[in-house]
Design a protein around this ligand. Sequence first.
Ligand code: S3P
Length: 435
Amino acid sequence: MSEHKLETRIIKPVKSLRGEIFVPGDKSISHRSIMLGSLAEGTTRVSGFLMGEDNLSTWKAFESMGIDIRQTGQTELEIDGKGLDGLSEPGNVLDCGNSGTTMRLMSGLLAGQSFFSVLTGDQYLRRRPMKRVFTPLNAMGARIWGRDGGERAPLAIQGTDLRPTTYASPVASAQVKSAILLAGLSVEGQTTVTEPHLSRDHSERMLAYFGAEVRPFTGGVSLVGRPHLAAQEVLIPGDISSAAFFMVAGLVTPGAELLIRNVGINPTRSGIIDILTAMGGQIELLDLREQSGEPVADVLVRYSRLKGIEIGGDVVPRAIDEFPVVSVAAALAEGTTIIRDAEELRVKETDRIAAMVSELGKLGAQVEARRDGMVIKGVEQLKGGKVSSCGDHRIAMSLAVAALSADGPVSIEDTACTETSFPNFWQILEGAGEG
Ligand code: S3P
């Protein structure tokens, strides 16, 4: 399923963009709703679930471990949780598809179970680094094996009794942090993770929402193991990482005005709003509210003359999935944008620095790669041409945004990967385009 057929789309420039849109549910929160719903006692009801391929991989994995998950509406699920010790040994390899979140979070969760499991994924996921979760989990006593000394999937996990740990993560990664916290659920005592900058905190928020004792502090978080997790109603907001494509599209397309409804604006995710506002983008947050422990708002964007800025430090993990589309905004801004401290982009679904430098370059953008980021000199207009998604959903959608104001059609090869996180992206884009 995750090895897609080659599909090419041609995006024509638009006169403008207008309207009101809803983007699908948050991918990170959707994964966690299945995981915690399965580990809680009773039936968890989820709405706003993202029916994208990554989340379906998590869904199938929990079904293979004996959890009953039912779709009750377009974005609604019911999960019959069986408690912390209710999972059973899967009869087959668990296929995480393209989803790093499924593989890394599940390795933490599976390390403390009483059974054996094997995790694999598609050609992209099997290339991504896994030692970042393997090392701290080993320190908790986990028994995990993988190719290249544990660096690459497939991973084989013999569940065992773990011990609590205090781990200073060298990377700001929610996947690493969450893997350790999920492993910590299975042991009595306190598990603590610190990180160089705060990464997305959806796991901590949802663990607390389900009743676990979570103690955040400056620079880290602790979790008290063996909690009683009780089933909940989880309302998932729209994914800010999906909204980001339309934020940039709205800002760079002359005359555009877009209202993006019901977007999660968790401060550990809202770096894109800070970056685009610093570039001179007109973005307004309307009707701020809270939903299942997460802040939500409607986001109004209007065409703006953007200018180049320097981006680095704390904001980087807060916008980590948005750099492909930030590079599009920068390519069309006045002046130079410098992106630093973003070496993590090299180990995403693809090397996103190399991908954006090569593909945006084909459309006439002036982008140079740095070890830990990019230097982008803005141009007046991009050119039409032929590009590739490099098999990465966020590269595909960023190139589509770049195409909207190019001087001719842009043909994007390998676009089916958008199913990973944003199945109706092309329909929404078409609906918002004028002319
Ligand atoms: C995610 C964490 C981030 C992000 C990914 C989703 C999560 O990865 O890039 O798309 O749901 O925890 P890292 O933890 O590797 O930064």
